[in-house]
Structures are given as structure tokens and as C-alpha cells.
Ligand binder design. Sequence first.
Ligand SMILES: [Zn+2]
Length: 596
Amino acid sequence: EKLDWPEKVKKMQSDWIGKSYGAEVDFAIDGIDKSIRVYTTRPDTLYGATFMVLAPEHDLAAKLAIPEQKEAVEDYIYKSSMRSSVDRLQDKEKTGIFTGSYAINPVTKKPIPIWLSDYVLADYGTGAIMCVPAHDDRDFDFAKKFGIPIVQVISKDGKEEELKEAYSQPGIMINSGEWNGMDSEKAKNEVPELLEKQGIGKKTVNYKLRDWVFSRQRYWGEPIPIIHCEHCGTVPVPEEELPLLLPEVEKYEPTGTGESPLANIHEWVNTTCPECGKPAKRETNTMPQWAGSSWYFLRYVDNKNDKELVSKEKAEKYLPVDMYIGGVEHAVLHLLYSRFYTKFLKDIGVVDFDEPFVKLFNQGMIGKDGAKMSKSKGNVVSPDELIKDYGCDSLRLYELFVGPPELDSEWDDRGIDGVYRFINRFYNLIMDNKNKTVKATEEMVKLRNRFVYDITTRLESFSLNTVVSGFMEYNNKMLDIAKKSGGIDCKTLETAIILLAPFVPHVSQELWSQMGHEGSVFNNTWPSYDKEKMKDSEIEIAVQINGKTKGTIMIDANASKDAVLETAKEAMADKLTGTIIKEIYVPGKIVNIVVK
Ligand SMILES: [Zn+2]
């Protein structure tokens, strides 16, 4: 929640983890002292449970058959046992048999029939389900087929309706005792707890996320530090022997037998048990690539440290990662595992933050001719050609200019021409003006501060294409001023070079030394701006006579109304014939003089 990540990625992760609440509910069996436990993700629909279905293999299946049904039930159980699970689940037409027994719905206290059907599998959940035909397609079909009552407990507007199919949307709870009127989504979350309080059920938490195999049968991968001993079982490699390194080998191709290549390296595999000292073997599987990719970034800030993963000081200074840039394809793998690892490392006290990447930025893809670039489509743009013709600074700048970085963009071969021309114009501007000792005018100072401000703010908001257009814009302004004032001051020129350096490093470095500096342009700090100096001290406003614009005047931005009107009247003296009857000043915008 607190992460500055694209919403899309956050949603993908939470869907992937798939946390949901459910409940285990016990249904007492009418007439005998036994109950049937079901697991449900929809305990909110409990009032609508009008029957139960057990898997034919359920322990109680045969026992629940009343004498009149005994033969039919046993026959059904036998037939089901002859069919595979896949067949059973794929059947379009559901089959079933009534046992003759009833369970008691724990909230309505009404008896509900217990059926057997082979679409319920014994190894799924408890092998028994509660059926809510009004809100589940499969239960609906079953109830219709066998004439079982359907009780609606959620409705769109709180009114009961004739259901032609199961209603699976959220809505308002009805026919549900004390839950009536509740929002069904709210009920979904709260009912498990209510049931637990009433002693009817138990709240459970479920995840869609499954365990994932961690071992790989290949050479490249961190070896798993486990030793297999005949006497002691699996024994961890003692901590002082960590890290366990891969053996140096000449061949690391897969064995072809499905066994890890490490298994063939006897001098590595054979070791002694750290516990009993007898001969033992090392684990030969290695870790998957994401074992390391989930925390590699922590090492970047302290990669020579052989005592700890990362020192507290360095971690404090540099981590967590401020901005992480990567494709959205990593959303539920790398980006999720990295978070798990970081949370674990925080729990064991290795780091003191619990999220690895403060800000995540998913870059878009650049396509060509309306398609993703690919070799097979033949629409790949070769950077070599472009670098030969335009230089790598042009290519780099055009790549930034091609579109907002978070969106997919279309490559346009002609676009690089414009960028190339801009770099040339900038180069010429510097070369033409570097030796003119022009004193900075107020206009130049204002332009310089605004230039730094615009580039800095656009850069900070990661709007890189507008950074590039900003350079073009300000380059034109500098050219105008240089033309008008016979040159431009060195500080403004140098500021422009420093601002451009990260984007066109080669040209900038060249121009930096042309300005007479030794060393790298990158030794400079990022230029700062002064907001006060960005303000217009003089502004131009229009002067109207009887609503028609007759001219403009320059006034001090802070001038008083009287002073402005005075200036306006002076400027318009020759046009003001007749008597002035009204003088209007809209501050900073316009003066209107009404005459008769
Ligand atoms: Zn041992």
C-alpha cells in the first residue's frame, strides 16, 4: 500500500498471492450424533445452503443411506469408484443420489438433504460441500435437476427475484436473519468471524500462492548447503563453512540423466558429516536463478564485505533502492520474491527496512511499424547504423525523446534528424559565443534560472521526453537572446552544458573543454536555481481604448494601479481624444480607458 509502485503491479501481486478468507463449518447430522465439516469460501451465503453433497468416497457416505436408499447409494458409490477424477469433473450433466439423511443448517436450523455426487472429490477439502444453489452455477443446475429448494440470500437491490440462473454478483444480504441488509462483500469478510464467535465455524485464511520447487539440476546456481548423512539424515553445513562454493570444473553441461552435474564431481560431493564425522554426501541440486536475484541489489552497496551481507552503515546510507526500473513482466516473480526476501531479512535483523524498492518504474517498449521489434518480423532498428550517421549522443537523446518512458512508443527514423539538428545548433551556439565576454543581463539570469528549474523538475518527475523538448525550447531562447544582445554570458552557456551532460555526454565534454575547462564536465554539481530570479520584473500589458487594443506598455510587475494607469495614459497620449470617463486596470493583464 505504501509503495510508490504502479497500481497495476500491486494488483497483479495481490491477485497472485490471492489471500482470501473462508470458514470451516460443521453441519450436525439429523438423528445421529455426528457432524460433517465443510470448507467454504462463501460462508456469507450460509443461509442459502439448502443441501449438502458428499463425495461418494466420504467416510459417512454409505452410513448415511437410509434403508430404502441403501441399495441405490451403494450402487452409485461403486460406479463412481470406477471413474477417473478428470472424467468426474468434466461431466456436463451432474449425477447424484439422495442418501435419505438430513443435516441441520447451523444458522437456519432447518434440515437439509444430504446427497452424494461424484463431482465432489474426496481429496478436495473435506470431501463434503455445502450447496447454495442461488449463488453457485453448479449447485443451481444440481438443485434444478433434482428439485431441491433454491433460497436467494444476495440480491442486487435487496429484493428477492425469480432466479433463472445463479446470481454471482455482490449485492445486499436477504433471507439471512441478522445479516439482512448487509453488503455482501462486507459479509464475506465479517461472517467467518461471526461464525467463530457463535461456535458454528472457524475462520480460515487461504492463499492462491503455492509452494514452488527451489532446487535445480544444473551446475550454475548457488549450491544448497545441506549434507546427507546415512546416520544423521539431512544436516546443514556449519555456518563457519559458508558460503559453500561451487567446485571449479571443466565441464558443467547437464548430465543427461536428470541428475545434477554436481553429482558426478566426486571430490566435491563426498564429504564428512558435520555431526558424526562419518562419510556423507553433499546436496547436488542448486538454487534457481531467483534465489540470488531476490537480494543481489543489497550487495551492490557493499560488495567487498566478506563478513556480512551488507554493513549496517552502508545499508543505512544507500538502501532501500530509491528507484527500480524494470519491465512489468517481472511483476509476480522477481519483484515479489525480492519483497519476500527483504521482509525475511528484516525479520532476522539483517536489514532494517521491509521493502526493497521504494519506487518502481515500468518502462514501455519501443515498437516499429505498429509492432514489437523482433528479428523475425525484420523491423529491428540497428543502433550501429544510426551511430555511424548521427553519433551516439544523438541516438541516446532521441531514445529519450521518442515518448514518455512509461508508455510504449513508436520508433520514427526521421525523428533522430530533429535531435541531431538540435545538437548541432547547440554546438554552434556555444562555439559562436564562448569567446564573447558578454555581461549577464537580467534577461539572461532569468532565462538561466528558469532553464535549470524546468529541466530539474521534469527530470525529477521522470518526464524525460519533455526534458529533451525543454533543451530545444531553451536553446531557441538562448539563440534569440544571443542575436539580440550580441552574445550570451558564459555562466548561462556553461550551465546549459552541465545540464545537457547526462544526456549528450560526448558533445558536452567537448564543449566543456572548449569553454576552457580542464577535467570532466561531470565533476560539476547539478546547477541550482533561484525562484526569485525567475520572476518577471517587467511585464507587458495591453492598453485598450473603449475596449479596442491600441498598444502595449512595459510595467514593473509590482507597480501600483495608479502608476500603471499613469504610464498607460502617457503612452496613449496621442490617441486619447475626448474626456476620460472610466479607467480600468486588470492587474498584470490589461488597462482599458473609456472615453467619450
Ligand atoms: Zn552423521
